[in-house]
Design a protein around this ligand. Structure first.
Ligand SMILES: Nc1nc2c(c(=O)[nH]1)N[C@H]1C(S)=C(S)[C@@H](COP(=O)(O)OP(=O)(O)OC[C@H]3O[C@@H](n4cnc5c(=O)[nH]c(N)nc54)[C@H](O)[C@@H]3O)O[C@H]1N2
Ligand SMILES: Nc1nc2c(c(=O)[nH]1)N[C@H]1C(S)=C(S)[C@@H](COP(=O)(O)OP(=O)(O)OC[C@H]3O[C@@H](n4cnc5c(=O)[nH]c(N)nc54)[C@H](O)[C@@H]3O)O[C@H]1N2
Ligand SMILES: [Mo]
Length: 852
């Protein structure tokens, strides 16, 4: 496999594609004796999304948490709150909602989030879930069971709660899954039509190449100094190191285009900060393209050699199709920047080797397919795609894209298995790809491969729908929607099982979600904490955190830099159990012999860890002339140290689209034409009214330039600097940013003055969709007319009707980007703001719900 070109499919193939190396066991890894005992006093190495951690333990309690190593001067506060993550807002016992326990057949779902909770015995909760799941499958078929279960579950390849749930749900009879993600919903669908790959999770032109060749770096709608605090596996921290180097380089001009003067803009204090009206970047780019064309400053040769359909886009650009030339003045009126500035930017990009590093915020907006398509078209006109340090990159801000890929091995992970078959007695007898041998061992023939459309998820994907359509699907069973050229019929969901995600925080238009969430008969949630999603369940299993179990992970989604032992730091909390334990017990309660397949003949966490590590070890040993300090498993585990791999000269000098540029005939892109498609005939054939065949400016449903604005200010809800979404919201890190004990909302001094709002004030933020309380932060670091309220806030409105903690998703809009991608549009929303004058309600976001 060419490591540099591999897809880094988040949540997908990278983790789940591990073959079943059932022959590798502890006994054929010679070495020291394995020490599995917990440290009661001392330092333990583990890892989280926010990096490798050195956690100090005293008398079995966490007393300190620090980065394992120092990679740059950049401070990452997320690394210091492990103790709070173990001890705060935890669920102690299995619990069942009162009305559900009284009558699961008629459980008053409308009381979800309001009912009292009853503590039950774990064994009884297991039996209840197994029985009700079976009942739903009998009544509604597998399409009645939703287990898409989107979210940022903890690091670790064994205790991967989402895949563990899928494995259980597949083997026990199948389920409805979900398509795509919230991160790049629009981009990951449009980019394959344009450049033949998803781009957003692909390796980027390597950082050393950028630092050597780029003269201009444009950070467009990205906030890497915040978003690089974490990674999907665990951060290798390389991104900060490279951005730190970029800052030192006075010969490279940095330009930041963002309505917010983000942490990144503040870090690059000498950079130019350009603040367009939110959601208008496509118009701004069209203006630049019009200028480049008219002035003849575009790269005609590149357009002719490497792209297709420019001629069909041109009439639109020049205004021949609609009478509106997309010139500088036109763009200026929409994006609120001076025409001379837009021109100057275009000139700067054209005259210098320019790398456009884009984040994903701009595509999490209405018609979010357009900005990245327009960006690729702009980059094509600049003609630098495939040159060292030129072109565009959609992942420099995420999981350390651009950190050169290392040579070594990748750790595998638990897979989702295949859909189970049962005999007339209801006993599990095998799957399409696995059966019992004469000795009663379950043998999985083919390795199950994750990814939509693969056989293992076939039954589920027949009903799967785009992930951010969850509320729409729950509310409208049987509704047919368009999606990327296909029709999808929503299933009739009556049972939800969620692990490793917090939809009551992450999904748009919370009040609509609440209504939808109160439709199914049963909701089961595995959670460590009393999150709003746990509070909206019927049955809750308390789970361990990653610090209460043993596991293994890589760091560096692109670099594959380290293999890290994730050692259990402390004892399991209260009655918390591992997700793996819970699903193992559910298998036992569900059907005879099911557990044999689920656990692959009885494996425990160490059996899996050894298997994955062992396979990686064999892989590394098989590389000819490869020097590595990778040791047999026992030594690795006992040592309390990561295995570190190094990059190669080839990966250090790698240029995205370099081969394509060298020879587009021998190395075509994966598009129908093999070229960059500025015009897509595939999309043309779909005939959608909200996504045409070339990049276009569409007015978003709500924005500052619209007629008859339904509210005054544009709210952006970017990713939180001091959290990973809703994770860490309950920790004392919140004291550093909360204002008036609420989520802070940034507002420009002029807007604040009009409302008599000062920093520190408690404010009410509202629109037709709902209202929240927030704490005002008056600052010049935001464009006038725009407010910022970060996502990932624990919703706190079950008793109040308004969210007392300030969750922006109460105010966002639950419609899709377009029929093409059906991504969420969380950065498109207008809101009003005023000083809150009523009786201040008590914050209950982090407290237990009502127990009876
Ligand atoms: N307004 C707005 N909304 C957004 C966005 C935005 O930009 N603006 N961004 C969107 C994006 S890109 C994303 S990715 C989503 C993120 O949304 P989520 O991924 O749902 O957010 P998290 O808070 O990370 O939720 C993870 C949950 O899993 C739990 N968990 C962790 N480890 C385990 C485990 O081992 N077992 C179990 N059972 N549970 C575990 C954690 O306690 C936590 O509650 O939000 C989306 N929502
Ligand atoms: N610390 C931390 N890091 C994270 C996460 C986290 O929760 N916390 N989440 C991770 C995840 S799951 C994801 S998907 C990524 C998300 O990465 P992104 O999607 O890139 O992050 P956002 O914060 O949504 O947006 C980035 C920037 O875009 C700006 N922006 C929003 N709308 C517009 C617009 O219309 N035009 C322009 N020019 N700019 C705009 C925002 O102000 C913000 O500064 O981050 C990852 N990293
Ligand atoms: Mo995301």
């Amino acid at each position: 496999m060419n490591l540099q070109r591999r897809n880094v499919l988040k949540g997908g193939a990278a983790l789940a594609a591990a073959p079943l190396f059932s022959s590798v066991t502890a006994s054929n890894l010679l070495g020291a004796e394995l020490n599995t005992a917990n440290v009661r006093n001392g330092e333990v190495l583990t890892a989280a999304h926010w990096g490798m951690l050195k956690v100090s333990v005293k008398d079995g309690k966490i007393v300190k948490s620090e980065p394992f190593q120092k990679t740059s001067e950049v401070y990452n506060p997320l690394q210091h709150y492990t103790a709070d993550m173990v001890y705060k807002s935890r669920i102690k016992y299995p619990m069942v909602r009162k009305s559900y326990l009284e009558n699961p057949d008629s459980p008053k779902p409308e009381l979800r989030g309001k009912d009292g909770w009853v503590r039950v015995r774990y064994e009884d909760a297991i039996k209840l879930v197994a029985r009700e799941l079976k009942k739903t499958r009998k009544q509604k078929g597998l399409e009645g069971v939703f287990a898409g279960s989107y979210g940022w579950k903890s690091s670790g390849n064994v205790h991967n709660s989402r895949i563990l749930l899928h494995r259980f749900m597949n083997l026990s009879g199948g389920f409805v899954g979900s398509l795509g993600d919230y991160s790049t919903g629009a981009s990951q669908i449009i980019m394959p039509h344009v450049v033949g790959s998803i781009e957003v999770y692909e390796q980027q032109t390597s950082w050393p190449v950028v630092l050597e060749n780029s003269k201009v770096v444009v950070i467009w709608g990205a906030n890497p100094m915040a978003t690089l605090r974490i990674a999907w596996t665990s951060t290798d921290e390389q991104g900060f190191k490279y951005f730190e180097e970029l800052k030192k380089r006075s010969d490279i001009k940095v330009i930041i285009i963002d309505p917010i003067r983000s942490e990144t803009a503040q870090y690059f204090d000498k950079a130019e900060w350009i603040a367009p009206v939110p959601n208008t970047d496509t118009a701004m780019m069209l203006g630049m393209m019009h200028y480049l064309y008219e002035s003849g400053k575009y790269d005609k040769n590149f357009i002719e050699t490497y792209t297709s359909g420019f001629d069909k886009f041109l009439p639109y650009l020049l205004g021949k199709t609609d009478g509106t030339p997309k010139n500088l003045e036109w763009a200026s009126k929409i994006c609120g920047l001076k025409a001379s500035l837009i021109k100057e930017l275009a000139d700067t990009f054209a005259a210098n080797r320019t790398m456009i590093m884009s984040g994903w915020g701009m595509q999490r907006a209405h018609h979010g397919e357009q900005p990245h398509w327009a960006m690729v078209t702009l980059a094509a006109m600049l003609g630098q795609i495939g040159l060292p340090g030129g072109g565009f990159g959609l992942s420099y801000h995420y999981s350390n894209g651009g950190a050169p890929t290392c040579k070594g091995a990748v750790i595998g992970g638990v897979n989702s298995a295949s859909v189970g078959k049962f005999n007339d007695e209801g006993e599990f007898i095998g799957t399409d790809s696995g059966e019992f041998d004469a000795n009663g061992r379950f043998v999985a023939k083919a390795a199950a491969v994750a990814g939509t459309g693969q056989s293992w998820l076939q039954k589920a994907t027949n009903y799967a729908f785009p992930v951010a359509r969850i509320a729409d699907a729950l509310l409208n069973p049987g509704k047919v929607i368009d999606h990327n050229g296909k029709k999808i019929t929503y299933p009739d969901i009556d049972f939800i099982y969620w692990v490793g995600g917090n939809p009551l925080a992450h999904h748009q238009e919370t009040n609509r979600l609440l209504e939808a969430w109160r439709k199914p008969r049963t909701v089961v949630v595995n959670e460590a904490y009393w999150t709003p999603t746990a509070k909206m369940a019927d049955i809750v299993f308390p789970t361990t955190t990653a610090y209460e179990r043993n596991d293994v992970t890589m760091t560096g989604d692109y670099s594959n830099m380290n293999i890290v032992p994730m050692k259990q730091v402390v004892e399991k909390y209260g009655e918390a159990r591992d997700d793996y334990q819970i699903f193992t017990d559910l298998c036992k309660a569900y059907a005879k012999n099911l557990v044999v397949a689920y656990t692959d003949n009885g494996k425990d966490e160490f059996d899996w860890i050894k298997e994955y590590y062992g396979a990686a070890y064999e892989q590394v040993k098989a590389i000819p002339d490869f020097e590595t300090d990778m040791k047999p498993f026992e030594e690795f585990w006992n040592e309390n140290k990561p295995v570190t791999f190094a990059s190669t000269p080839e990966s250090d000098t790698w240029v995205r689209f370099g081969e394509f540029r060298e020879d587009p005939v021998l190395n075509p892109l994966g598009t129908p034409s093999g070229l960059i498609e500025i015009y897509s005939e595939t999309i043309e054939k779909m005939g959608y009214d909200d996504c045409g065949a070339h990049p276009m400016w569409y007015e978003p449903i709500e924005w500052l330039g619209m007629k008859d604005k339904p509210a005054e200010l544009h709210m952006l809800s970017p990713h939180p600097t001091d959290r990973l979404h809703s994770q860490l919201n309950q920790t004392s890190l919140r004291e550093n940013y909360a204002i008036a004990n609420r989520e802070p909302i940034w507002i420009h001094p002029k807007d604040a003055a009009k409302k008599g709002i000062k920093t520190g004030d408690l404010v009410r933020v509202f629109n037709a969709r709902g209202e929240v309380l927030a704490g005002a932060y008056v600052t010049q670091d935001i464009k006038e007319g725009v407010v910022k309220l970060a996502e990932g806030v624990w919703y706190d409105g079950f008793d109040a009707g308004l969210c007392k903690n300030g969750s922006p998703n109460v105010l966002t809009i639950d419609i899709p980007t377009s029929k093409l991608a059906n991504g969420n549009i969380s950065h498109t929303a207008l809101v009003n703001i005023e000083k809150f004058t009523g009786k201040v309600p008590e914050l209950t976001a982090f407290s237990d719900p009502k127990f009876v």
